[in-house]
Design a protein around this ligand. Structure first.
Ligand code: LMR
Length: 328
């Protein structure tokens, strides 16, 4: 399907592409929720698609559906179990119904940066997380990175008390809900594709996300400003269904896994740059970014850290200790 897919890709441009698949090719549908060209996940998915369609032409054919055009994250894992989609990369906050092990990644101030997340994921504990949902029919293939989370609202946020009484959109994660409640914010779980409208119409007052998501979804346009809290992380697991993965011919599975691993290594190494570009693009577009001094940031730490206690049982004190040792 090489010629057709290349033409389709060019025609579809930044909106993503659907390669026309030839008869006999294994069709791999990859559904995700971000843009495809200015976002760590979108860029990685596009690269994966291009490489699969070039290098596995005749054997397999990948179609990427970005921007929630096929599924929202709250639907995609069920769709995967039904066989309607083969790959997805939801944030680790979206696996709540399948495992509580990922809750460590949502705990505020648990990881000081994405390098620390990477190191934790490469530990034995981190690698074992890929198989933590096999009994439920899902297999993690790779972790993909995004970046640190920031806070935005329809009023200036300098201290956590500035957020008290506001409504914030959150991903559907118990940890993030507890984190918001710790600062007096009312958490409103909502699909990613609905956040811009909800901010614009005042259904919610604020949200937390990474620079690439705040830029990619234009949240900054409908907020007073974004405060650089770096209080948490967004990271992804590239996931597939065990049924589908096990059904693949060995050579196809091996080649796909190798390409995915190479794409993961190269794109994970580049997330810092994509993140910095998104931050700068917000400034260039006239968005307001507020930096915190050490005392102000400490106030967010003090307000949010008690949340760890609530989830100690789910994530394990040994894992918290391991994450803190990496930060040190
Ligand atoms: C969100 O829902 O805010 C994020 O998980 C979206 C994403 O995939 O980065």
């Amino acid at each position: 399907a090489l010629a057709v897919s290349t033409v389709a890709l060019m025609a579809a441009g930044a909106t993503g592409a659907m390669a026309a698949c030839d008869d006999g090719e294994i069709v791999i549908k990859f559904s995700h929720v971000t843009n495809s060209d200015k976002h760590p996940k979108g860029i990685a998915a596009t690269l994966l698609m291009n490489r699969v369609n070039e290098e596995m032409n005749g054997k397999a054919c990948m179609e990427v559906f970005p921007n929630s055009t096929l599924y929202n994250d709250d639907q995609v894992l069920e769709a995967m179990l039904q066989g309607d989609v083969q790959l997805a990369a939801p944030s680790l906050s979206k696996f709540e119904q399948f495992t509580k092990k990922f809750r460590i990644f949502d705990l505020p101030f648990m990881f000081k940066n994405i390098a620390a997340v990477d190191e934790f994921q490469n530990s034995e504990t981190g690698q074992a997380m890929k198989e933590s949902m096999v009994k439920r029919g899902l297999l993690g293939l790779q972790f993909w990175h995004n970046g640190m989370k920031q806070m935005s609202a329809n009023k200036p946020l300098v201290l956590p008390t500035d957020a008290a009484g506001l409504k914030f959109r959150v991903q559907p994660s118990e940890v993030i809900k507890a984190q918001m409640e710790a600062i007096g914010v009312s958490p409103q779980p909502m699909a990613f594709s609905e956040v811009y409208g909800a901010l614009q119409t005042g259904v919610v007052d604020g949200q937390e996300n990474t620079w690439s998501n705040i830029y990619g979804q234009k949240f900054f346009e409908v907020q007073d400003g974004t405060t650089e809290t770096n209080h948490g992380i967004i990271d992804y697991m590239v996931v597939t269904s065990t049924d589908w993965w096990d059904s693949l011919p060995d050579d196809v599975r091996t080649q796909l896994a190798t390409i995915l691993e190479e794409v993961t290594t190269s794109r994970n190494a580049a997330v810092g740059q994509v993140d910095a570009e998104a931050r700068q693009a917000i400034l260039d577009a006239g968005g307001v970014i507020r930096e915190l001094n050490a005392d102000q940031r400490q106030a967010w730490v003090d307000a949010m850290l008690p949340v760890w206690k609530q989830f100690e049982g789910d994530v394990g004190q040994d894992n918290i200790d391991a994450a803190q040792a990496i930060n040190a």
